[in-house]
Design a protein around this ligand. Structure first.
Ligand SMILES: [Zn+2]
Length: 310
């Protein structure tokens, strides 16, 4: 099978999937329940999420393993099941994906090096166990996501490189500061992040969560200033969250999110998909917007126009 970066050379824009966390909650995952435990307790439900995105047109699906590092599983007394839960996560997405891509999700550990919570060796070892199990279950790439600290992201990249032969995606979550700049919670700018993770061996960089497509356009432009050729992935929320009757809601409709597709592709994104609040309907609307772009590109290509006129 082709790698993700090879597939991108043929097809300039690929569609990823939408939210997992908010989807699981909608399916009945309780606060305080371990999402990854569902991979063995409720495998049909987990597989159906992946399937619904594949059916909506996604070229790739993630795995239900965002909190599947031993560091996070420890909160639920499940760190001993790290390999089992991650392998199951990848297998379920693989079953739904068929010949599409499976991205093994690895989220933050919740530990900080500068607080003395953890050592570099512990990070590399724990992320390594997770990455290896995701690859064994059938992940094509490892997607290190929602990162905010460079030291942690670099340990996760090193772990995935050591323990798997998967391509590596690394995405950070950025927010807008009062000065109008984008920074991660740990103060890392898109430019600093891109330079560091590419040097560490990531194949694809990007941004996820924290922002809607509108803000992601600015972030992708910043990435493009330092990386003209590297594929960029964007997983945007369905707009910026709002509090409504004590609930967090993501306000964008599928059509509103999809309206940003031309702008995000123009800015340089090569893989687009959703994060919190996005649904299979958002992915379906984005798929239509990407198809429309393809038609436009064909119409604008002079050689094809000439052929038509002949
Ligand atoms: Zn999110």
């Amino acid at each position: 099978m082709k790698s993700l970066t090879e597939a991108l050379k043929e097809k300039h824009v690929l569609l990823s999937d939408g939210a997992w966390g908010t989807y699981l909650q909608a399916m009945g995952l309780d606060t305080g329940e371990c999402p990854e435990y569902w991979n063995i307790l409720h495998p049909d439900e987990v597989r159906s999420i992946a399937q619904s995105y594949i059916d909506a047109g996604s070229d790739m699906v993630l795995t239900n393993s965002f909190g599947g590092s031993p560091f996070k599983l420890k909160y639920y007394g499940l760190s001993g099941k790290t390999s089992e839960l991650n392998e199951a996560a990848a297998r379920l997405s693989r079953e739904a994906a068929g010949d599409r891509f499976v991205l093994g999700s690895m989220g933050p550990s919740g530990k900080m090096l500068l607080m003395g919570d953890i050592t570099v060796e512990e990070w590399v070892h724990g992320f390594g166990e997770q990455a290896e199990a995701l690859a064994r279950g059938g992940a094509d790439a490892i997607c290190i996501e929602t990162m905010s600290a460079l030291d942690e992201a670099l340990c996760a990249i090193e772990a995935a490189r050591e323990r798997t032969s998967c391509e590596i995606i690394c995405t950070f979550t950025f927010g807008k500061t009062a000065q109008g700049d984008y920074r991660s919670m740990m103060g890392v700018s898109p430019v600093n992040m891109a330079e560091a993770v590419l040097k560490a061996g990531a194949h694809i960089i990007g941004a996820n969560c924290g922002n809607g497509m509108e803000q992601m356009v600015d972030i992708v432009r910043e990435f493009r200033e330092v990386t003209p050729d590297v594929p960029i992935l964007v997983h945007a929320n369905a707009g910026l969250p709002r509090q409504q009757d004590g609930q967090t809601v993501f306000p964008e409709t599928p059509e509103q999110t999809a309206r940003w597709i031309p702008a995000i592709v123009e800015a340089g994104a090569s893989i687009v998909g959703g994060c919190c609040g996005t649904t299979p309907d958002h992915i379906r609307a984005m798929a239509a917007a990407i198809r429309a772009l393809g038609l436009q590109a064909v119409r604008n290509r002079p050689s094809e126009r000439d052929t038509e006129n002949r």
